[in-house]
Design a binder for this molecule. Structure first.
Ligand code: ADP
Length: 490
């Protein structure tokens, strides 16, 4: 007897960044891969995202769509166009084109400073999402919004339903990719929502007298997810709840932790356009060549036998770059090399550039965002450092595992869920973990890594375990579908 295939769903995702069109971090990768996986499984999928500067030039297949938006934003009306792309069957991307808001140098900020009109930019974007949700002819039944930039959508949909009538409004799912970013703005900005004050209370949008977009989503989304099971537990505690732990506890029954997947079409070590050498578990020689090529590219001495540590990161407090710098100061007396690709806080950018200048034979620092180099660092390094203070999921440690690069991670959030230390299971060990948030604990892990490096058999055992792990998106998307299904049957 043939097993019954579950019916296809009609899903509209909304995100302020989307791979391959725009990206500042993991959010773009996750939404891009989720959309693709759902579409491939036969669901009808749309994604709404802003049209940022340069996107149209890089993707000439993006075409104007016969749709004009004219929506209130406080006392003004704002117009926007919609463009579309259809990268694969069942998947349509809707780009909101509002030149004044989105055609800028950065997505959210310039030179490390947030744009002062971010409230207006993303309240408007959320209104566009709610509008499309209502009027798209294919009538999506589930709207999946991501992070604070689109977290007002559930409330906008609810209000539209109450005001204008909306026969069968879609259900909503909010994913929190990082609770530290909440979209908190002075109360005056609430006027830009054009919502009545009824929602501005501590059970809705208000957070100590201010408006808090993420809190609005937590209050009004039908279901809430975050990006790893451990982080789902952590955000309901005072330590990592960023002031919203009580509110999240009150929605515990609707909160689920779903581990991000990896897009292995993009993150693989064979036929990768960013790598010069193909390699696999059976043919690791290519990895050794990538190491030499990386050393050359970044101006370090070419040395096959010196352990090479790497990090690709936003230079922000969250990422533990302060303890990393202190640990490196201590460890650089030993025979090791370190490469960093990152950008963010000007203070950290300077700190690391100085470190690079002081140790030109041991440390290479690239400030900037460079997709190709990020692949080459993952491939060329022996170890990857992720000493995060907190980490909702983290993607680089999962990429590292697949690239045969051993992750050194702090026990927090998704880092704990994805890496196995020898103390947990020596047979399956694929990384090194430490608990205490301190340079001392990180330095100790770096020393452990150097001991491991000197034991080729054990090193291969770790690499093997890492390279065979499979964080496939099919599994992740399957879990999202279950949560969507739950929302549809509430
Ligand atoms: P977060 O989203 O908190 O920044 P994640 O580990 O979830 O951290 O995702 C970061 C993503 O951004 C990864 O795909 C990583 O490779 C990429 N990334 C971060 N910084 C850079 C950079 N400077 N250049 C290229 N890619 C980067």
């Amino acid at each position: 007897m043939a097993s019954a295939k579950p019916p296809a769903m009609k899903i509209l995702l909304a995100s302020s960044e989307l791979h391959p069109y725009s990206k500042t971090g993991g959010l773009a990768d996750v939404v891009g891969a989720l959309a693709k996986t759902l579409a491939r499984a036969g669901h009808q999928v749309g994604v709404v995202t802003p049209l940022y500067r340069g996107v149209r030039e890089r993707f000439p297949e993006i075409k104007p769509f016969d749709w004009h938006l004219d929506l209130p934003l406080g006392n003004c009306r704002v117009q926007a166009g919609v463009l579309t792309a259809q990268p694969m069957e069942n998947l349509t991307i809707y780009f909101v084109h509002q030149a004044e808001f989105y055609q800028r140098a950065g997505l959210y900020q310039d030179h490390g400073v947030d744009y002062p009109d971010n409230a207006g930019r993303f309240i408007f974007f959320s209104k566009c999402v709610a509008h499309l949700a209502h009027h798209l002819p294919w009538q999506p039944e589930l709207i999946h919004v991501h992070d604070w930039q689109t977290a007002l959508v559930p409330i906008l949909i609810r209000h539209q339903r109450l005001q204008e009538g909306w026969g069968k409004p879609p259900r909503t799912c909010l994913t929190i990719h990082n609770l530290a970013f909440q979209g908190t703005f002075p109360r005056v900005h609430y006027e830009l929502t054009n919502l009545p004050l009824d929602y501005f209370n501590p059970n809705g949008v208000e957070f100590y007298g201010q408006m808090n977009c993420l809190k609005a989503g937590i209050s009004y989304a039908d279901v809430i997810t975050t990006v790893s099971p451990r982080y789902a537990r952590e955000i309901t505690t005072e330590v990592l709840g960023c002031g919203l732990d009580g509110h999240l506890r009150s929605r515990r029954d609707a909160l689920f932790g779903i581990l991000n997947g990896v897009d292995y079409e993009e993150w693989n070590t064979t036929h990768n356009p960013f790598l010069k050498n193909s390699y696999s578990l059976a043919r690791l020689a290519g990895k050794a060549m990538e190491k030499l090529a990386l050393q050359t590219e970044l101006g370090l001495p070419r040395a096959a036998d010196i352990p090479l540590f790497g990090n690709i990161t936003r230079l922000a407090d969250q990422k533990g770059v302060d303890i990393q710098q202190t640990a490196l100061e201590e460890m650089l007396a030993a025979d090791l090399q370190f490469v960093l690709l990152g950008n963010g806080s000007p203070v950290y950018e300077k700190t690391y550039q100085t470190l690079g200048r002081r140790f030109p034979k041991k440390v290479a620092v690239k400030i900037g965002f460079d997709r190709g180099l990020s692949h080459r660092i993952e491939a060329g390094c022996d170890f990857f450092l992720m000493p995060s203070r907190f980490e909702p999921c983290g993607l680089n440690q999962m990429y590292s595992l697949r690239y045969g690069t051993i992750p050194i991670v702090r026990v927090t959030g998704g880092l704990d869920d994805t890496v196995i230390d020898a103390a947990e299971d020596p047979k399956r060990a694929d990384g090194i973990k430490f608990n205490e948030y301190s340079a001392r604990a990180l330095a100790k892990s770096i020393r452990k890594a150097m001991v491991l490096y000197d034991d080729p058999k054990l090193l291969r055992h770790y690499r093997r375990n890492g390279m065979v792990t499979n964080f496939s998106w099919d599994q992740t998307a399957g879990q999202y579908l279950k949560v969507y299904d739950l929302a549809l049957h509430l």
